[in-house]
Design a protein around this ligand. Structure first.
Ligand SMILES: NC(=O)c1ccc[n+]([C@@H]2O[C@H](COP(=O)([O-])OP(=O)(O)OC[C@H]3O[C@@H](n4cnc5c(N)ncnc54)[C@H](O)[C@@H]3O)[C@@H](O)[C@H]2O)c1
Length: 325
């Protein structure tokens, strides 16, 4: 039985708790968050204990796994503290950190403790994405020409949330949202070798970008077009991969279809697992890593690499040019 503690009781902490609850062999021993009213409420919902800090938790119990679900600027301190307290299995939310310095420090601490670590890029565990990965790897799509990925929505009230305070987040929608897409490009198409980006900020009172477009290119020439926005009326979560032999389109919560050379029409691809189970599958996969099973990661190095690409994307905006990675 793996004893897990979840640090941060906000939206994602609750998703992780919900995922853990569905996994046999995993027991939530506590929810940790300084907002005690919220923590008690969430802990009661998941039938576990509420703690205001890791110190309080460790006075009572010792987790095998911690899941870090706080704003990004706190990931480093929490990972380092947990490692010092002897925890050797850590899953930490995206982005790995709010900047490259902290991301590399996390990697160093994890490596020297020989800990098992996952950067929680949950989209790798969306079942249609797993199918897309298999189709690309099988060669059925040919060489990838374009990768297009958009995550957009209207994020009302973002001005009052940590997401738009660069001290906590490291930036706006580019780091917060496109970090997922950057990981997906690397995962599906291979390592990015250059990046260019543009951003816009038109929401009243916002200090960071509300809209971004990142272009990536890998060494084979595949181009990734990555869009994110907090400022659109009609949001979208969309992935399209066009290859020399076919094309796949996945509209999250909508159609999933492919068309290959010679096909007269589009083929619908059956979706075998509910997208809302992605956090459960991510944690299950992490337990598999702990037990030495083959895994798609994503490891600490994937988190660092995404932070490095984001950093270069922000530099490309200032310098108005492509940046080699
Ligand atoms: N994988 C995804 O799809 C996804 C979606 C949303 C957010 N996230 C990521 O998850 C993390 C949290 O985001 P969220 O949306 O849950 O934010 P949130 O604001 O809903 O929750 C964050 C929680 O962290 C708590 N917190 C602050 N300091 C703390 C500390 N020292 N110890 C413990 N808890 C502390 C806050 O009180 C708050 O309850 C971020 O890294 C974010 O980028 C991932």
């Amino acid at each position: 039985m793996y004893k897990i503690a979840i640090v941060g009781c906000g939206w994602v902490g609750q998703q992780h708790a919900d995922g853990c609850r569905a996994i046999k062999g995993c027991k939530i021993i506590g929810m940790v968050d300084p907002q005690m009213e919220l923590t008690k409420k969430v802990a009661a919902q998941f039938n576990t204990a509420a703690y205001g800090s890791l110190d309080e938790l460790f006075k009572k119990d010792k987790p095998d796994i911690i899941s870090v679900c706080t704003p990004p600027n706190l990931h480093r301190a929490i990972v380092e503290e947990a490692l010092k307290k002897g925890v050797r299995h850590i899953i930490s939310e995206k982005p790995l950190a709010h900047n490259v310095v902290d991301a590399r420090a996390i990697q160093k601490a994890v490596k020297s403790a020989k800990a098992t670590f996952m950067t929680a890029f949950c989209h790798r565990f969306v079942e249609p994405i797993m199918q897309i990965k298999k189709i690309i790897d099988s060669g059925k799509l040919g060489e990838v020409v374009f990768f297009r990925n958009q995550f957009s929505s209207r994020f009302d009230g973002v001005q009052q949330r940590w997401f738009s305070n660069p001290k906590y987040s490291g930036g706006g929608c580019l780091i917060d949202t496109s970090v997922h897409s950057i990981d997906l490009f690397r995962y599906l198409c291979g390592e990015a070798k250059s990046v260019s980006a543009r951003t816009a900020s038109r929401m009243a009172g916002l200090k960071v970008e509300d809209t971004s477009c990142v272009l990536l290119q890998n060494s084979a020439g595949s181009i990734g077009v990555i869009e994110a926005s907090w400022n659109v009326a009609i949001g979208q979560a969309y992935l399209e991969v066009s290859g020399t032999k076919g094309k796949i389109i996945y509209e999250y919560w909508g159609p999933f279809r492919a068309r290959f050379e010679g096909d007269k029409d589009w083929r619908d691809i059956p979706i075998k697992r509910d997208i809302n189970r992605r956090f459960e599958d991510e944690i299950r996969n992490f337990i598999g890593i702990i037990e030495g099973k083959k895994s798609c990661g994503p490891g600490v190095e994937d988190g660092v690499r995404a932070n490095e690409i984001i950093d270069a994307a922000y530099r490309s905006i200032k310098m108005k040019k492509w940046i080699a990675l």
